[in-house]
Design a protein around this ligand. Structure first.
Ligand code: ATP
Length: 364
C-alpha cells in the first residue's frame, strides 16, 4: 500500500493545507455540579487529502472526539469549548460547532461523513441495500430521480468492490465485511471532503480488516478525500495513516508522522502502545503490553495522567502537567509534538525539580 498522492507520488506534507482544524475542543459528561471532563483542550489538524490516525486505549475519548467534532454527541455529553473549523473547496472556513441546524444538515455527509463503530449493524434489515444507499443520496439531492440515485448507488457499490448485482440484496445476505463496505459506500456517496471512521474494522477478522484498510487508502488516493481513522490498534494505523495522534485520558500526548511514531516514538505511552499490538508486517516486536489500566476520568488529579503506568516517571510528573511541545531530541521533525516532561527540561528545572534526560528508548 502506498501513502502517496495520485498526482505527484510524493508523500504528503502534513497539514499545510488544512481541511479540518479541531482547536481546544473540550467535552464534559454530566450536567450536575461535578461533570467529568472527558476531553480537555484537544487540538488536531487534518490536512487536505491526508489520513490522520487517532489511537489510544479504550475509554481515552476517541469516539467522544468524533461525535463532538461532528455535533453528534448524545446527552449527557456537552461541548464546553473549542472550535471545529472546516475549510471548503472554495477556501471558506466555517466553525461546525456554530452552524445553525439547517446548515449543519446540509454540511453533514456532503462536507464531512462518518462511519461509526458497528455501523454495519445500523443497516435496516427490511430494505434492500440499493434502496438504502439511494435513499441516503436522495435525502440530500431531492431533485435527483430515483433511477439516477439507484445508478449512483450501483456505482458506489462497485467503488468498494461489491458487484452491483448486490443492490437487490438484503443486509443479512451480506457478510460483515460487505456490510461495512456498504456503509463506506454510503458515506462516500455525496463525495465528502472528510471521512471520519471510528473503529470501522474492529468487528471484522484480521484479513477483512486489512482488505478494508487497503481499500480506504486506495479510494483516498483515487478520490482525494481526507480521513480521520480511529482505532485502538496502532499497528493498523501504520498501514494507512500519514500522521498519527496518540490520545491518553482525554488528551493528545503525541502527534507525528506515522513512520516517526512507529520507528521513533517520543512519548512513553506511544512506545508502550506500539508494544501492545503485533505489527501487521515488518519485523516482529516483543509484545509487553502496558501495566495497569487508564485512569478514571472522573478522578483525574494534576500532573501527568500516565505517570502511574510509566517506567520513566519521577517526582516532577506528579506536580506538573506536561504540555504538547516539540520533542527535546536533535534533528527531529519540527512539526511533531509530544506531551512528556522528559522533553521539557527547562520547565521542569524552573519549577524546582531535577530535569531528567530523554531516555534512550524515546530518543532513537
Ligand atoms: N454517555 C456517557 N456518560 C458518561 N460518560 C461517558 C459516556 N460516554 C462515554 N463516557 C466516558 O467518556 C470516556 C471516553 O469514552 P469514549 O467512548 O469517547 O472513548 P474511546 O477512546 O472511544 O473508547 P472505545 O475505544 O472503547 O470506544 C470514557 O471514560 C467513558 O466512560
Amino acid at each position: 500500500m502506498t501513502l502517496t498522492t495520485p498526482e505527484t507520488g510524493a508523500r504528503r506534507a502534513p497539514a499545510d493545507d488544512p481541511v479540518l482544524e479541531i482547536r481546544n475542543l473540550s467535552v464534559d459528561y454530566g450536567y450536575d455540579d461535578d461533570p467529568v471532563h472527558v476531553l480537555r483542550d484537544v487540538s488536531l489538524t487534518l490536512g487536505r487529502g491526508e489520513v490522520l490516525g487517532l489511537a489510544g486505549e479504550s475509554g481515552c475519548g476517541k469516539s467522544t472526539l468524533a461525535y463532538a467534532a461532528t455535533r453528534l454527541l448524545p446527552p449527557p455529553g456537552l461541548i464546553t469549548g473549542g472550535e471545529v473549523l472546516f475549510t471548503g473547496r472554495d477556501g471558506r472556513k466555517t466553525d461546525i460547532l456554530r452552524l445553525d441546524d439547517q446548515s449543519l444538515r446540509e454540511s453533514r455527509w456532503q462536507d464531512l461523513a462518518i462511519v461509526f463503530q458497528g455501523a454495519m449493524n445500523s443497516l435496516s434489515p427490511v430494505y434492500r441495500i440499493g434502496r438504502q444507499i439511494a435513499d441516503g443520496i436522495l435525502a440530500h439531492r431531492p431533485g435527483m430521480s430515483k433511477a439516477d440515485a439507484m445508478a449512483r448507488a450501483a456505482e458506489m457499490l462497485e467503488l468498494v468492490g461489491i458487484s452491483p448485482d448486490r443492490l437487490r440484496s438484503y443486509p443479512h445476505q451480506l457478510s460483515g465485511g460487505m456490510r461495512q463496505r456498504v456503509m463506506i459506500a454510503m458515506a462516500l456517496a455525496l463525495e465528502p471532503q472528510v471521512l471520519i471512521m471510528d473503529e470501522p474494522t474492529t468487528a471484522l477478522d484480521v484479513v477483512m480488516q486489512r482488505q478494508i484498510v487497503e481499500q480506504i487508502a486506495e479510494l483516498r488516493d483515487r478520490l482525494g478525500f481526507s480521513v480521520i481513522f480511529i482505532t485502538h490498534d496502532v499497528s493498523l494505523l501504520i498501514e494507512i495513516a500519514d500522521r498519527i495522534a496518540i490520545m491518553y485520558a482525554g488528551e493528545i500526548v503525541e502527534d507525528a508522522a506515522s513512520l516517526d511514531v512507529y520507528q521513533r516514538p517520543r512519548h512513553p505511552y506511544s512506545s508502550a502502545l506500539l508494544h501492545s499490538f503485533p505489527p501487521l508486517r515488518g519485523p516482529r516486536r516483543e509484545l509487553t503490553g502496558i501495566p495497569g489500566s487508564p485512569p478514571d476520568l472522573a478522578k483525574l488529579g494534576g500532573g501527568c495522567h500516565f505517570r502511574d503506568r510509566c517506567a520513566f516517571a519521577w517526582d516532577a510528573c506528579a506536580a506538573l502537567a506536561p504540555r504538547l511541545t516539540a520533542p527535546d531530541v536533535a534533528d527531529d521533525d519540527p512539526r511533531r509534538t509530544t506531551a512528556c516532561l522528559r522533553h521539557e527540561p527547562e520547565r521542569v528545572a524552573a519549577a524546582g525539580f531535577e530535569a531528567k534526560p530523554v531516555p534512550a528508548e524515546l530518543a532513537g
